[in-house]
Design a protein around this ligand. Structure first.
Ligand SMILES: [Zn+2]
Length: 262
């Protein structure tokens, strides 16, 4: 979901910069991070939603595909950074909401890209409608109606995930994926090197390198437990966290916001 409070002057400045970048046809943000094991992450951001390209210099796959309307521009972002979209090994959907899964049908139609998603979100992906959203703050309540009504071209995943598994065979990169229901029934977490991709388990901030509760979460206490589970068990050595919106975030930033035992 789009995640920007316009209350602060700095947030308004960020919006102006973002709009200026969009007008020029560029991703509003493109960051590159190096992970352990020789893996590089390129994060392309449009309309505050991230698409992460995970590459080992030979093979590459993407985590999330952004809004459907932005898919042609995302294709151009990939090409401009040296990624031939016809060689994209797979798109892993962190979950089935329109701002993460919307672009998947475009890439599959044009390039035959394989789509991997959580079993619990299969019905949502087949319907092309966001399931029930629970706003967590006033900004989310202000935009709830449009986010709840968002639609996208329905898609049937090529691979559904209902238990932890390696992605090496599908992507050529020794990443792992596991279900972590919460934000949606089929939410997935991807680990690779010393990084972890967490979708909307939490979010970053438009300005600061801080972790925040996502705009939409139905059980906040369960969400806190899930973040702790990723910190302690799923990715205990992950130094870099890649959320679906803003970021990336340091492990310390996540602990500072979510952990009771910091
Ligand atoms: Zn979401």
């Amino acid at each position: 979901m789009v995640l920007l409070s316009l209350r602060s002057a700095s947030a308004r400045a960020a919006l102006v910069l973002s709009l200026a970048s969009a007008a020029l046809g560029c991703a509003t943000s493109h960051t590159t991070r190096s992970l352990a094991d020789g893996v590089t992450v390129h994060t392309f951001r449009r309309d505050y939603t991230n698409a992460h390209v995970v590459s080992n210099g030979r093979d590459f796959f993407m985590v999330d595909s952004g809004l459907e309307a932005n898919a042609p521009a995302l294709e151009q972002d990939l090409r401009a950074s040296g990624f031939d979209p016809s060689r994209l090994r797979a798109i892993v959907l962190s979950h089935g909401h329109a701002d993460h899964a919307g672009g998947a049908a475009y890439f599959r139609r044009r390039f035959g890209t394989r789509v991997i998603a959580g079993r619990g979100d299969e019905a949502m992906l087949r319907s092309g409608h966001n399931e029930r959203l629970c706003p967590t703050n006033d900004d989310a309540r202000a935009r709830f109606a449009s986010d709840q009504a968002a639609t996208f071209t329905p898609i049937v995943p090529d691979v559904t995930v209902d238990a932890e598994r390696s992605l090496l065979d599908v992507t050529g990169i020794p990443a792992r994926v596991l279900p972590l229901p919460g934000h949606t029934e089929g939410s997935l977490v991807v680990t690779v090197g010393d990084g972890v991709f967490v979708g909307d388990l939490l979010r970053g901030d438009a300005i600061w390198p801080t972790a925040e509760v996502h705009f939409y979460m139905c059980d906040l206490e369960d969400n806190r437990r899930d973040v702790q589970t990723v910190l302690d068990q799923v990715a205990p050595r992950a130094a870099q966290w890649f959320p679906g919106h803003f970021g990336p975030l340091s492990r310390d930033a996540v602990r500072a916001r979510f952990s009771r035992t910091r």
